[in-house]
Design a protein. Structure first.
Length: 74
C-alpha cells in the first residue's frame, strides 16, 4: 500500500514539474491550495469551487502531506 502511494505521489510530482517547467505544456503555472487530497479528482473539485477551471493535480507538499495544484493559464 505504501509503495503504491509513493508511486502515485512520484507520478504526480513529475506531472507538476512538467507543468511548472513548461516542458510539453506552455503557459501554465500552479496556484497551490493547502487542502489534503488523495487523487486529482479531489483537487478538480476543490479548485473548481475556488474558480480555477483549467485543471488540477494532487501533489506532495514539503510537510509530507499533499496539496492541490490548480492550473492557471497565463
Amino acid at each position: 500500500m505504501a509503495s503504491k502511494q509513493a508511486m502515485v505521489a512520484f507520478a504526480a510530482l513529475i506531472i507538476c514539474l512538467l507543468l511548472s517547467s513548461g516542458i510539453g505544456v506552455s503557459g501554465q503555472t500552479c496556484y497551490y491550495i493547502e487542502e489534503n487530497c488523495r487523487a486529482n479528482a479531489d483537487c478538480t473539485k476543490i479548485c473548481s469551487n475556488q474558480g480555477y477551471e483549467s485543471g488540477a493535480i494532487c501533489v506532495p507538499n514539503n510537510t509530507g502531506s499533499t496539496h492541490c495544484c490548480c492550473v492557471i493559464d497565463s
